[in-house]
Design a protein around this ligand. Structure first.
Ligand SMILES: [Zn+2]
Ligand SMILES: [Zn+2]
Length: 327
């Protein structure tokens, strides 16, 4: 099968011909129809995340068809359409798994990081971490739901019932979260790279009342801020834009260092927190909500062989919505 292979940090992905993967007892063999490109994939290829599997097939926003299965698979049949997210396996017995925080599992394994992912014609995935996809979505439309959607949804959930949300970084996750927030009746402000008028227009088209550069304060203070751009300097910016008792949630897996800041922007009971990974409960909730809420995804498609171009466009902020690879 054809795949795009990560071999060393800082090197472009290489086209490779790999043997067809064989499903283990709990795994399905999936013909990949679409795989979205996540910023985490960039962190992997840049060597910003420790100890990836090597060589590795990246990609953890997979939509495909079940074409084979192991002897214990009972949740899916041949021909079923499934989505595969970042969370690939958890132990079920560590203190975090037992407390219902499987996203923090001590021994969790992640798709496209410790497990080969979807930048390929075929992949295998544990059936217990695969999800049915609503027929209202095409393969390409559904792919960004699997991480931008799921982790974006978890990030929004951490903002509690905040009525006025600010989103920093208006990429793939933000464009989905904005629609969920509007569906929930929340108000929305969007912060982009200074001068990125295209992204500000895009944010307004998705319901942002106000959109401006991240170097600006919003017209009124936020109840909560969600940071999706991997830029540590946005943390003090967001704290300064958030009202007393407000919450700042960092939605990404990696960020540049956070500059020091005066205590007064955290004081008055502002909360600063991160989000790590996702739980299966997040996936079930969000994948049920998305079609009902009318969540649409904006995508730019690339052939599998152009994965490096998709990563470069994501890095350069040249995308409106999400990049999706088609094998
Ligand atoms: Zn992701
Ligand atoms: Zn565990």
């Amino acid at each position: 099968m054809r795949a795009q292979l990560f071999t060393a940090a800082g090197r472009p992905l290489a086209a490779a011909e790999l043997p067809e993967p064989r499903p283990g007892p709990q795994q399905v063999l999936i013909a990949v129809r679409a795989c979205a490109v996540c910023r985490t994939d960039l962190h992997v290829v840049d060597g910003e995340l420790p100890d990836p599997k090597l060589p590795l097939v990246p990609g953890h926003e997979i939509i495909g068809s079940v074409v084979g299965k192991g002897e214990s698979v009972d949740r899916f049949a041949i021909g079923d359409r499934v989505g595969v997210p970042w969370l690939g396996w958890t132990c079920g017995i560590c203190e975090y798994c037992r407390k219902g925080h499987e996203n923090l599992c001590d021994r969790a394994r992640f798709t496209g990081y410790q497990i080969d992912g979807g930048y390929a014609e075929l992949t295998v995935a544990d059936q217990r971490y695969c999800f049915a996809i609503d027929p209202r979505y095409s393969d390409v439309e559904a792919a960004p739901l699997m991480c931008a959607g799921l982790i974006g949804y978890r990030t929004l959930r951490m903002a509690g019932d905040a009525p006025l949300i600010g989103i920093y970084g208006f990429g793939a996750a933000a464009h989905i979260v904005a629609q969920v927030a509007r569906h929930q009746g929340r108000r929305l402000f969007a912060f982009t790279r200074p001068g990125d008028l295209g992204a500000q227009d895009f944010a307004r088209s998705l319901g942002a009342e106000w959109a401006g550069g991240s170097d600006h304060l919003p017209p009124e203070p936020l109840d909560a801020a969600l940071i999706f751009a991997p830029v540590g300097a946005l943390v003090p910016a967001a704290l300064a834009a958030t009202k007393k008792g407000g919450i700042v949630v960092c939605g990404g897996i990696h960020m540049s260092d956070i500059p020091s800041f005066p205590y007064c922007i955290l004081w008055e009971e502002r909360i600063l927190r991160s989000v790590a990974n996702l739980s299966r409960r997040d996936a079930e909730e969000f994948l049920a909500l998305a079609p009902v809420a009318g969540i649409r995804t904006e995508t730019v498609t690339y052939p599998l062989g152009s994965a490096n171009d998709a990563l470069a466009d994501l890095r350069n902020g040249a995308l409106r919505g999400a990049a999706v690879l088609i094998p």
